[in-house]
Ligand binder design. Structure first.
Ligand code: HEC
Ligand code: HEC
Length: 204
């Protein structure tokens, strides 16, 4: 009798072990897989659209890989020896605000305008030019490289910053980014809400 009780306890314990080994981890693993795959695909898809805007001349011209702003739809180097300077507002006599007024100057090839007109500062250069989608996604998410922003602040910048807004009011003779600002911000949100995945990583 004692043997029988012992046997059934042992059996019960064994089946608990078997159950937890076989079923539980599998269900958990499957669940994570399903959501991760779905999110990463949707998230990456959204970022690829975001990337197209970031790399459009209206954004990239102020986010160059060097210390000279870029000009025009062909993103050539800014003429007249204009440079970033420590604070992004230029050097000595070549300060951005000498030529760039708070508003666009009306007319072809006249300086576009905004009260904050500048490049990002030398210690936080926020380069877009030349970055792959993966590199740029990781950079935008890194507070050490994005101006100390949380994800929420990043969305807010895209949605409300007036320099970003200038991209959709660039003055005469300059093309617009490839989608509306609302559509752009919607994709930024999707990218982040679905997990802020960087392109190029396979779902685990
Ligand atoms: C001496 C005058 C002058 C100074 C100083 C100057 N700019 Fe410009 N900038 C211009 C003019 C003029 C244009 C328009 C050129 C055109 O449309 O052909 C321009 C165009 C640009 C554009 C192109 C916008 C676009 O998307 O095509 C950017 C970006 C820019 N400037 C950034 C800067 C920054 C940043 C500074 C300061 C670091 C600066 N500029 C200083 C005169 C100046
Ligand atoms: C006149 C120059 C200028 C233009 C045009 C411009 N930016 Fe910027 N951008 C800046 C400066 C300067 C900063 C840094 C200021 C700050 O941190 O608030 C910045 C910061 C940013 C940031 C902060 C985070 C990071 O890592 O880069 C984002 C995102 C951004 N810009 C997106 C855009 C987008 C999108 C466009 C085009 C629709 C654009 N910018 C056009 C000058 C510009």
């Amino acid at each position: 009798m004692k043997k029988l009780i012992f046997l059934s306890i042992a059996l019960a314990m064994a089946s608990v072990v078997v159950l937890s080994l076989s079923f539980k981890p599998e269900t958990v693993r499957r669940k994570v897989d399903a959501t991760a795959a779905k999110d990463s695909v949707g998230s990456v898809k959204a970022f690829k659209l975001v990337y197209k805007v970031l790399m459009s001349p209206r954004c990239m011209n102020c986010h160059p890989s060097g210390d000279v702003p870029l000009q025009g739809d062909d993103s050539h180097l800014h003429t007249m020896n204009v440079k970033r300077g420590v604070d992004g507002h230029g050097v000595y006599s070549m300060r951005c605000s000498n030529c760039h007024q708070p508003e666009n100057d009306p007319g072809l090839h006249l300086p576009p305008g905004n009260p904050k007109w500048a490049l990002p500062p030398a210690n936080m250069r926020m380069v877009f030019q030349g970055r792959t989608p993966r590199q740029l996604a990781l950079q935008l998410l890194d507070p050490k490289q994005n101006g100390g922003r949380t994800k929420a602040q990043l969305i807010d910048h895209m949605a409300n910053d007036s320099l970003v807004g200038w991209g959709w009011h660039p003055g005469v003779g300059r093309t617009l980014p490839p989608m509306s600002r609302n559509a752009f911000v919607a994709q930024v949100r999707l990218w982040i809400d679905k997990g802020a995945y960087a392109p190029g990583v396979k779902a685990k």
